[in-house]
Design a protein around this ligand. Sequence first.
Ligand code: SF4
Length: 440
Amino acid sequence: MKTAVVLAGHGSHISPETAGVVWAQVDALRRLHAADEVTAAFWKEQPSFHTVFDSLAASDITVVPLFTAQGYFTQTVIPAEMGLTGAVTERNGRTIRYTRTLSEHPYLGQMVRQRVEDALRRLNCRPEQTAVAIVGHSTRRNPESRKATEAQAEAIRQTGLAAEVAAVYLDDTPAVAEVYNLTHAPTLIVVPYFLASGSHTTIDVPRELGLDSHRINEPTVINGRRVYYTPPVGVEAELQTAILELVAEAQADTIRNRLQPPPTSQWDCFPLAALDEVRRMMTHLPFTFGQLRITASDVRHADDDQPNETITTPDALRTRVRENPFRPLATSADLPRGWRVITNGDPYRVLAVVETVYPGVLGSHVSASGSLEALLCRQTGRYRDLRWLHESAYEQVMAQVCGGCVRQPVWAGASDGIRCPEPCDYWLSAALKQVKSDQP
Ligand code: SF4
């Protein structure tokens, strides 16, 4: 029986780090051969929660929600998008296991405590002179969302590491800036209860706190108090162990039994559902897929005759094509040039390279089916407003967004090229902006 692990994260249109912390864990689990196939799925990026299973050949799939709170995304969005009915879902001959949320593992509590202890040491500060604020995201859509942050604040309170402890929120009350009214100790340590150094932790929270955007992790005096803003909680290597423990728990197994002999290459353990399609395409080399040219020896940008950089690892390739500048839509038709990955005609390697550049796209290309209507039926949040999208605005978004993408929206009637089964989050966000701008 083939197994797969899917790490489900939020992703972002603004910052590479939000999904980057998830992809780093995917790379780590692939190196450990934690399953036959390992991949990620996102709300804001590709592959989406809804389409990620199309990429997988495994019959036993374990989904790990990498969120800092049990709430709207883990209880509503992911189950709706993935069609999950509980901890174990049997569907079309597959077993899909849904693990506990990362926030329910002791790891995050340990990291919050470590952040506070590190800050006390760095500032040479005594607990009785210190206040700690835990900043969560939360959402008014689900009252559960704030509970994890409150629990972390209470745990720090119990340790006696600070005289005052408060929980504040980006999207709930009390708001982040309220921390200056809720606490009064001369030193304030602020811990962002987020996994990644994404836009929330590097832009939104620092702005609310009044920190200098160029020195957010330097001690700063604000309102006569010393304020120290720590790194987020999900950037340490131990996160990998927590994920493996959640996977093992869901599979009623032990980590030791799950780990198989290490793969021979960092390009192993990629999603395999499209392997036959890749083999079929490789009977006519060279061929072009999106902006990629697949030759008998390598994969490169389709317009490059002599790329000057040879990339050897998936994380280096992902960084090269995704992060500088950040491309939130992996399939936008502005793929960076100048690189190649040697494949020596190996279809597994070709598949892994294409999957790294265009995550989840091969799987959807093979089994594309979906519609805007079906997608809207699954919505419980702000995208429900898209039912008010006018025809002219729809055409405008199609031209602006899909017009700059290497995929073809079969959900909107396209028939040729790389098939896209349903609107991506990038399209939905653009359409929602249009709806809002059309409202009086
Ligand atoms: S074709 Fe359109 S909806 Fe599909 S991924 Fe591209 S931009 Fe998004």
